[in-house]
Design a protein around this ligand. Structure first.
Ligand SMILES: Cc1ncc(COP(=O)(O)O)c(C=O)c1O
Length: 374
């Protein structure tokens, strides 16, 4: 059987990893500033994570949501503590798209409405509603096309107010920092405006934190910089450090009803232990503060390169907008310097490393970057 060929891949096989380092099968070492697309939060093969998962696997790996699952309650308690949203309720699923799908559905159950406001360049996933709220017609199949989603320009308060006058809005969904869209930080005033309009119209504010969440920005949720709470936060990627897990946290005003949401795999024993061990390491190694410090250092140093058009981001979610003539830099970083980075079209280098990235690793990148842009 052949693979369904949907991914344009690098011709590299990675078969070992530790912290921010990965090795190919010949033993060549790479610095990983991509983290498998913002997934590696506490570092590859972290010993605490490996031990917790291994121990759990020897006890029980999976049972469904038909029995009591104390690990889910433990995870909810710790997540409430670390995120600062202890009064929210947790629903667990398996991926970012699924988290957004459930959030949008829950909003519609809550207020009985259908219209969703999303923004230009947004990416929310590839399942039905999530992809309909994603601003990329190429990945929206005809069956996913819907009039229920309205796209508005980024940071346009007048357009947002007009949309609330025109439609019965069910939900507004927004990334605190757009990832796939090119690392665009949502202005605090815009997030505050969304909060006040949602309050005034009983609409649901959904904070897509799948990529920008879980401490990457230097706060647990990047939306927290605005000083307002969303009604639902969606999470995945860094939550399991590579173990597939997603979730939504839901404000107290939402009432659960049996059967309203559900999943077979979501919240299984192994997934909960992966997520618990990630939060334990985030706490014990102060990784949110490390992301803020190393991220600020990287951005300050990157802004010194006059060749770079713009440096955007927060914490360890950084976009480097390159001029056309330096479009090859990202490829050379990998080919010549053995450094993995991400990209956003057309010309943004995306840095999404582990939150445990050290200053020495940041300096290694800056040196290689400096050689390439000069
Ligand atoms: C902001 C955002 N939301 C949702 C998703 C979808 O997540 P998943 O690929 O886990 O379905 C992504 C994935 O890149 C994302 O960046």
């Amino acid at each position: 059987m052949k693979l369904f060929d949907v991914y344009p891949v690098n011709d590299i096989i990675i078969d070992k990893a530790a912290g921010s380092t990965v090795w190919d099968e010949k033993g060549t070492e790479y610095l990983d500033l991509y983290g498998g697309h913002a997934v590696i939060s506490i570092g590859h093969t972290h010993p605490h994570y490996v031990k917790r998962l291994t121990d759990q696997l020897h006890k029980i790996g999976f049972y469904s949501n038909s029995v009591k699952m104390p690990l889910q309650e433990e995870l909810a308690a710790l997540l409430g503590k670390v995120s600062g949203k202890a009064d929210y309720q947790l629903f667990l699923c398996n991926s970012g798209a699924e988290a957004n799908e459930n959030a949008l559905k829950l909003a519609s159950f809550y207020n009985g409405r259908k219209k969703i406001i999303a923004f230009r360049k947004a990416f929310h996933g590839r399942t039905s509603l999530a992809v309909a709220a994603t601003d990329n017609p190429k990945i929206v199949a005809p069956v996913n096309e819907t009039d229920n989603v309205v796209f508005l320009p980024w940071n346009d308060e007048a357009a947002l107010e007009a949309a609330f006058k025109q439609y019965e809005v069910s939900a507004v969904i927004i990334e605190g920092i757009q990832g796939v869209g090119g690392i665009n930080v949502a202005p605090e005033s815009f997030l505050q405006k969304i909060r006040s309009l949602c309050d005034a119209h009983n609409a649901v504010f959904i904070a897509d934190s799948v990529q920008c969440g879980y401490g990457r920005s230097g706060k647990f949720f990047s939306h927290d910089f605005a000083g307002v709470n969303a009604d639902i936060y969606t999470m995945a990627k860094g939550m399991g450090n590579g173990f597939p897990i997603g979730g939504i946290i839901i404000a107290p005003k939402f009432q659960a009803v049996y059967g309203m949401l559900g999943t077979t795999f979501g919240g299984n024993h192994l997934a909960c232990v992966a997520a618990l061990s990630v939060l334990e390491v985030i706490q014990s190694e102060n990784l949110i503060s490390n992301a803020a410090t190393i991220g600020a250092y990287l951005m300050e140093e990157l802004r010194k390169f006059s060749q770079v058009k713009e440096v955007r981001g927060r914490g360890l979610m950084i976009g480097i907008e390159m001029p056309e003539e330096l479009a090859e830099v990202r490829k050379n970083l990998l080919a010549k310097h053995r450094i993995f980075t991400g990209e956003a079209k057309p010309n943004v280098i995306r840095l999404l490393p582990s939150l445990a990235l050290t200053k020495a690793d940041a300096d290694r990148f800056l040196e290689a970057f400096g050689k390439e842009v000069k």
